[in-house]
Write a protein that binds this ligand. Structure first.
Ligand code: HEM
Length: 425
């Protein structure tokens, strides 16, 4: 990204990128849709009904520069001199503003203060200590799956594993976990991102807010050896964490702690099944697992975009004038599939090295849970392959359904058969 203004600026192409990415065929074939977007230009002007206009960055080099650029803010208040909140709109109910107002959408000093409160729980060493527990949960889930004729890898492994791990870390009791999950599924449903869906889903948002407050109250009354208790104590300690900040932190950790890793495990297993040479290589050489996880992160893009960035001063990006106050959308998935950055970007290569993918973002907001996500995938995928040498898709590839939406990319279900047999037609 260069700073100087040049006399001849390019006018970006206009396209509703959100609509393009939400088409079912686009979700199934990421490579083609992002190649098309990059061909349209490094910057695309896009409008969304709910969130207005943004400039969308498609290329690796510009996405990486933007993620590290201090002239871009994550909190809209940074460019409106304390005006409206991160994605705040006049019509938004308070409950939504609260859930959106987490550290992902904050700048220093608030961002640092909030991140410091939870960072220690997610260091590689602390997370490594959880690996025994991750292994036990995985084995229990696979034992249960083994008793079924057809298994949905999402419902039977990829979802419950990270949901159980993050719930245990936070101290969320069993019954509330599925309740949270169900409400969350309604709230993040892209159907709720149009005005009618939004109104219909509003009661679920209110219920989700109530559930979070009940969980926090429970830990206030019955402290435990968990992260939520530590956060409640930080809040009670006074100036380090406010009540609303506490609620949005718990929401963020529960949400980011499982809605993302489910996609890494689900998309990852599907990609391996669709690339039998890579699957065979991984079975023959299990020591390749760490590189394989990085490549599955790059190639399958569990999280396709980061939260919006807001421009603090006039900039130029790839020859396009970007005025102060603009909103930027950074397409991580497009960056990860950019031929200019990755040789053979459109193929899966578990031996790829180096692999500088941006699936966890970069810079100040670099994913806090990256070590946890890596451990969960590193345990779950090899355990599945080891136990079930006959693992195969139980439906034709065309019958596989992706969840709609632009930010997260994951499967509705992944029906597999655990024993060898005839391939589906
Ligand atoms: C495959 C799994 C995951 C992927 C691909 C992923 C991706 C990301 C990305 C791209 C960001 C940057 C957002 C931005 O710059 O606006 C992020 C931030 C974050 N992630 Fe993850 N994530 C994953 C798993 C997790 C897990 C397991 C947790 C556990 C709690 C987690 C917690 C967070 C948090 C708290 C942030 C905000 C960090 C900050 O703002 O400083 N993530 N993640």
């Amino acid at each position: 990204m260069s700073i100087a203004f040049e006399s001849a600026m390019n006018e970006p192409v206009s396209l509703n990128v959100q609509r393009e990415l939400e088409k079912p065929e686009a979700r199934a074939d990421l490579v083609a849709v992002y190649a098309r977007l990059r061909r349209l230009g490094p910057v695309i002007r896009s409008r969304s009904l709910l969130f207005g206009e943004s400039l969308v960055l498609t290329r690796y080099e510009d996405v990486v520069s933007a993620l590290k650029d201090p002239r871009l803010a994550s909190d809209r208040r940074s460019i409106t001199d304390g005006g409206k909140g991160p994605l705040e709109r006049w019509w938004m109910p308070n409950v939504i503003k609260l859930l959106l107002d987490s550290m992902v959408m904050k700048d220093p000093p608030d961002h640092r203060r909030l991140r410091n409160l939870v960072q220690k729980a997610f260091t590689p060493a602390r997370v490594e200590a959880l690996s025994g527990r991750v292994e036990r949960i995985t084995e229990e889930l696979l034992d249960a799956a083994a008793r079924k004729p057809v298994v949905d890898l999402i419902a039977d492994l990829a979802l419950p594993l990270p949901l159980t791990v993050i719930s245990e870390m936070l101290g969320v009791p069993g019954p509330e976990r599925m309740q949270f999950r169900k409400l969350l599924a309604r709230v993040v449903d892209p159907g709720s991102q149009n005005p009618v869906g939004f109104v219909l889903n509003y009661p679920h948002m209110v219920r989700l807010n109530r559930l979070l407050r009940r969980l926090v109250q429970l830990r206030r009354e019955q402290p435990g050896d968990d992260l939520m208790t530590a956060l409640v104590q930080a809040e009670e300690g006074g100036d380090r964490l406010g009540e609303d900040e506490l609620i949005s932190m718990v929401f963020l950790l529960l949400f980011a702690g499982h809605e993302t890793t489910v996609n890494l495990i689900g998309n990852g297993v599907l990609a391996l099944l669709q690339h039998p040479d890579q699957l065979r290589l991984l079975r023959d050489r299990p020591e390749l697992i760490d590189g394989a996880i990085e490549e599955l992160l790059r190639f399958t893009n569990p999280v396709g975009t980061v939260s919006p960035r807001f421009v603090r001063e006039d900039l130029e990006i790839a020859g396009v004038r970007v005025p102060k106050g603009s909103t930027l959308t950074l397409l991580l998935a497009s960056a990860n599939l950019d031929e200019a950055a990755f040789a053979g970007a459109d193929g899966l290569d578990i031996t790829r090295s180096p692999n500088r993918h941006v699936s966890f973002g970069l810079g100040a907001h670099y994913c806090l849970g990256a070590p946890l996500a890596r451990i969960e995938a590193r345990v779950a995928i090899p355990a599945l392959l080891r136990r079930f040498p006959g693992l195969r898709l139980a439906v034709p590839p065309a019958a596989i359904r992706w969840r709609p939406g632009m930010g997260l990319r994951g499967l509705e279900a992944l029906p597999v058969s655990l024993s060898p047999g005839d391939r589906p037609a």
